[in-house]
Ligand binder design. Structure first.
Ligand code: SF4
Length: 677
């Protein structure tokens, strides 16, 4: 086997340490090849891009050379599932074969750790806004006494989105830093200190790019220094990084700031707070005068924060009304052009005036560091709101989003490449970019064009370890309706039912929209004689557990189940995909990015929409075969795959499965796999 004699080959290869300690271990040449490419990048301090399909064992293929190199490494992933796999499965295994002790830790964003200062403040004057708050507080208070990490994921009984967490955690802007009386025991400080000592730090892309953007803006670092960087699930880099290099103002951000000011207000107004009573050498009449001045400042601050609250809410209520739908992402200009949008705009000056007055009151009431920080935050938020509403910067796409009760104004970079080139590439010499889906049309040109990786970046496109030709069948039915037809789902429902009947359930039915998913579920759920699961009716992990537990179950889901889901064995024998997963042409960021390409003489559809959809389809397709013994059918109910010129780009990028448009052949193929079993 190639690479058996290399240091990574001696662990991963035929007769290597892993095969000696793991019964049934099957060495994979692709894994060894990837590990050698990563080892070379670590040895020489270079960059490499690697696509390694499902089943390659890519996490071990980069973790092993990283640990053998002795370089302090940051591994960044998009999903928690992958972080769990690295820390719970791969690292314990590697401890047995690396031959020297090493430290590997998970570092999360600040808001994942409970803030001891906030806990103390809350304990002194608890404010329960919902009955749930009281119950959650009981659990959190008991847990804080015994936790070693302060990682709120440890309190599984308190939901991630419980409102109390916003009271008990802080972002960088509200943290009191070295002034904090709890600094020495602070969980964030401790987590970062142990990360600074570790050989390997696992983070997510959000934390990584938050760090990169913060370093750029303020020079402050969240992550410890490192010598090597591995991005796994690197196909998410552009999408995630985009949010950190633009502007974002929301009603939540205002609420957070006003909440922090109210917290300071309570401290200032609390018993004895700021009283001049203790000042030595000050006559009692003068002390009384000073106390009266302070009390007046606190009263004025309270009025100012209440007024700001009213003006901000009026502004965002008008925007929400202008936007309409509760879940929406659209161009900001379109929203501001409506009558309610104009009302919001007309109210902008009132917001700035209220925030300006509030800033003055904060400075008057508090002379300390906390007041200065709040004052700075008020100024920054007002300035960002003004920039967003002025929309003068051509490099940003101006967007309005509604998510639940949140209203977000966004200015997102149309082209991310310069940010990558200026900030990411120089961060360290050794950089590995990997994923199961990075290549389109059999090369990395698209990924390179989006990230601006330099020409000397090495590439490795590994063949799959699975025999797709034997293990899978790609079926595109004949006579399909146009995917844009209003009755599309009604028309394809009989085909889905026929397929689910053939495989006796065991199916993921993946849809490109909630609307399609719900319609298909309404039509088919009563007709499917197996357990039917629907995304949204239970938490994702619970749904997957139920799916795995009942071999014949059928899951209706949307894009969030297109990736990061691993179901091995016969429980998943059929994946149905309703349409080619093109992004919505109405999406303002996609539109702005397409327009940018057009101005450079490139076709936005061919150079952006198609490659993005190809990568998404590869992810969806990848759900089916997770092991060498898996067999299954992928049905794509979109004729454009075979009738349009660009369909070939999809087909050429997918694993080389056997293909058919004939249901009889599907039936025979399925029967033959059953006989093999
Ligand atoms: S240092 Fe910051 S995060 Fe830590 S306890 Fe104090 S305020 Fe909270």
């Amino acid at each position: 086997m190639a690479g058996e004699s290399s240091s990574v080959g001696k662990v991963l290869g035929e007769g290597g340490s892993l095969s000696r300690i793991l019964p049934g271990y099957e060495p994979r040449p692709q894994q060894v090849e990837m590990a050698e490419a990563v080892a070379e990048a670590f040895d020489e301090g270079t960059r490499v891009v690697i696509e390694a399909a499902t089943g390659t064992g890519k996490t071990l293929a980069y973790l092993l050379p990283a640990l053998l190199s002795g370089k302090r490494t940051v591994v960044s992933t998009a999903t928690k599932t992958l972080q769990d796999q690295i820390l719970r499965k791969d690292i314990p295994l590697l401890r047995r074969v690396v031959g020297r002790p090493f430290e590997a830790v998970l570092l999360k964003g600040r808001r994942n750790y409970v803030c001891l200062d906030r806990v103390e403040t809350f304990r002194q004057a608890p404010r329960f806004r919902t009955p749930g708050d009281r119950v959650h507080w009981g659990m959190i208070e008991a847990w804080v006494e015994r936790t070693g990490s302060g990682d709120r994921a440890e309190v599984a009984q308190v939901p991630e989105d419980a409102p109390l967490w916003t009271e008990l955690t802080v972002g960088a802007e509200a943290c009191r830093g070295r002034e904090c009386p709890h600094h020495a025991e602070c969980f964030v400080v401790r987590a970062r200190a142990s990360a600074a000592e570790a050989d390997l730090v696992v983070v997510n892309h959000h934390l990584f790019f938050a760090d990169l953007a913060l370093r750029d803006r303020t020079g402050v670092e969240l992550l410890p220094s490192f010598e090597a960087l591995v991005f796994d699930e690197a196909h998410h880099l552009e999408e995630i990084a985009t949010g950190f290099f633009g502007l974002q103002v929301s009603n939540w951000r205002f609420a957070d700031l006003l909440g922090d000011i109210r917290r300071m207000l309570r401290e200032l107004a609390g018993p004895g707070a700021g009283s001049a009573g203790a000042l030595p050498g000050v006559a009692s009449a003068a002390r009384a005068d000073l106390d009266a001045v302070r009390a007046a400042a606190v009263t004025e601050l309270e009025k100012a924060v209440n007024r700001a609250d009213v003006e901000v809410n009026t502004f965002f209520d008008a925007l929400a009304e202008a936007a309409g739908a509760e879940e929406l992402r659209t161009g900001l200009a379109e929203v501001l052009d409506t009558p309610a949008g104009q009302r919001a705009l007309a109210h902008e000056d009132a917001v700035h005036a209220a925030m300006g007055a509030l800033r003055g009151r904060v400075m008057a009431a508090s002379t300390g560091e906390a007041g200065a920080r709040l004052s700075e935050r008020i100024a920054t938020l007002s300035a960002e709101l003004a920039r967003l509403l002025a929309r003068e910067d051509d490099d940003l796409a101006w967007i309005l989003e509604r998510r639940g009760r949140g209203v977000f104004l966004l200015g997102l970079p149309v082209v991310l490449r310069p940010h990558f080139q200026e900030l990411l590439l120089p961060v360290c010499d050794t950089q590995v970019y990997t994923s199961a889906t990075l290549a389109t049309d059999g090369n990395f040109a698209f990924f390179r064009s989006r990230t601006g990786l330099p020409a000397d970046t090495a590439e490795l496109l590994l063949p799959s370890v699975f025999d797709y030709m034997h293990q899978s069948l790609l079926y595109v039915p004949q006579g399909l309706p146009q995917p844009g037809a209003p009755t599309f789902i009604d028309d394809v429902a009989p085909e889905i039912e026929r397929l689910v009947g053939l495989t006796e359930g065991r199916a993921f039915l993946l849809f490109t929209s909630y609307r399609n998913m719900r319609r298909a579920h309404a039509l088919l759920a009563p007709r499917i004689p197996h357990r039917v699961l629907l995304q949204g009716e239970a938490e994702r992990g619970a749904l997957l557990e139920a799916f795995r537990a009942d071999t014949h179950s059928v899951l209706f889901a949307t894009s969030s189940f297109w990736e990061g889901v691993d179901v091995q064995g016969e429980a998943l024998s059929l994946v149905v995909i309703d349409k080619l997963p093109f992004g919505s042409p109405a999406d303002p960021l996609l539109r702005a990015r397409s327009t940018h390409l057009e101005t450079a003489g490139l076709n936005g559809f061919a150079h952006l929409s198609v490659p993005l959809a190809v990568l998404a389809l590869k992810q969806g397709f990848g759900r089916l075969i997770r092991h060498r013994t898996d067999r299954g059918i992928v049905a794509i109910l979109d004729e454009r795959l075979v009738t349009r010129g660009y369909g070939r780009r999809f087909l050429d990028s997918l694993p080389r499965a056997r293909r058919t448009r004939d249901f009889d052949l599907v039936r025979r193929w399925w029967a033959s796999t059953k006989r093999e079993d």
